[in-house]
Design a protein around this ligand. Structure first.
Ligand code: SF4
Length: 367
């Protein structure tokens, strides 16, 4: 008999099937998932489809940070074949990177040209203030107004939230000013509230080679797997278990359920395997490496790009524990005794300037 990953004792919304496929051909795997879940029934009559991949920074999918372009190709081909006319790709990279640079580096520029599908940089989009569980939030209109918003995250580690998948990928649907505010608010509540505000109708997760530890890639783990689910919270709950993390390790998942974004539970019987695993490495928990590196890091509301740059620098130099390091908006105006990272920590004894500073700049100072 199937056992639940999370004991279900409360009334919930209907279960969502998790469709899972193994392989290394992102396009073919995506087509198979969309056909299995009959994704076309989720598009309102005459409605548009907005595809939201993860192009957090300028890199190629093989490094573990960005969504494989084959996933987007598969989506476009599927919805085109079902007579959807209005298909677009939308995204904004993290603070400190240029979305169009990320678009080109990941191969999306050629892809969009080949399929004659527009790409919209959401850093330039019009925003609307939306009431959420934590108050008004500015959200990009192209995400809000899509007939079907398809969330296409990479399942990977994250040096602050431990993992990132469907809920956190939606952070690319807000302007940079909101991204900064998310970090000032501590990420958990705003990520959960944004999930409830946007509630994508379909999630297709690229877990072919997501990064073990870092949002920005560099230590990819080949797992050759993808899955799709109509519930953004359930997708994250399942992804969390694949990463070897437990309930409570990623608090925004349960909070998103409380805010009405979906259900934070899944059962084995919810998972439909479309084929058997081939050549897949196992998942390894993402926490240990980062925990060791950041033992003397005092983080208070740091932006992702800033914190990731620091972790990358610590990783690259192997200098995880030699001095106290301060980072984040919470240190503004303070004079801590140690190395400050970025503009927010310019009051520290010494400081790496920038907003955010590069990993290279930090590594140079560490060395
Ligand atoms: S210095 Fe770092 S933490 Fe501060 S605002 Fe800039 S990117 Fe964010």
């Amino acid at each position: 008999m199937a056992t639940c990953a999370f004991r279900d004792t409360r009334p919930t919304t209907a279960r969502s099937t998790i469709w899972q496929v193994h392989g290394d051909d992102a396009r073919a795997m995506t087509l198979r998932l969309l056909e299995a879940c009959e994704a076309i029934r989720l598009v309102p009559p005459g409605g548009s489809v907005a595809l939201k991949p993860n192009l957090v920074l300028a890199d190629v999918a093989e490094h573990g940070a960005v969504t494989h372009p084959g996933v987007v190709s598969g989506c476009i081909e599927y919805f085109r074949a079902h007579d959807v006319r209005d298909i677009s790709v939308i995204e904004s990279s993290w603070i400190g990177d240029n979305t169009m640079r990320a678009l080109r580096r990941a191969g999306y520029e050629d892809l969009c040209r080949h399929h004659n599908v527009p790409f919209f940089d959401l850093k330039r989009d019009v925003t609307r203030s939306v009431g959420t569980a934590i108050g008004p939030m500015d959200i990009c209109e192209r995400a809000l107004d899509a007939g079907l918003l398809v969330d296409l995250p990479v399942l990977k580690g994250h040096c602050q939230t431990r993992m990132t998948c469907a809920l956190k990928n939606l952070k690319g649907c807000i302007p940079d000013s909101e991204k900064r505010r998310f970090h000032a608010l501590g990420l958990t509540k705003p990520i959960a509230a944004l999930g409830a505000a946007l509630k994508p109708g379909l999630v297709v997760v690229d877990s072919i080679c997501g990064d073990l530890c870092f949002e920005e890639g560099g230590t990819p783990v080949q797992t050759n797997m993808m899955f799709a689910c109509e519930d953004v919270v359930e997708a994250d709950a399942y992804g969390r278990s694949l990463m070897g993390l437990r309930v409570g390790d990623v608090p925004y998942i349960e909070l998103a359920e409380r805010y009405g974004a979906g259900r934070a539970r899944w059962c084995k019987k919810d998972v439909v395997r479309l084929n058997e695993a081939v050549d897949c490495g196992g998942y390894v928990g993402p926490g240990a490496t980062v925990a060791r590196l950041t033992r003397r890091v005092h983080e208070d509301r740091a932006c992702s790009a800033c914190y990731a740059a620091l972790v990358r620098a610590l990783y690259a130099t192997g200098r995880g524990t030699t001095q106290d390091i301060f980072i984040g908006q919470g240190w503004q105006g303070a004079s801590p005794d140690g190395l400050g990272i970025g503009r927010c920590c310019k009051g520290a004894s010494s400081c790496v300037p920038g907003c955010p500073p590069t990993a290279e700049a930090i590594a140079n100072v560490l060395e």
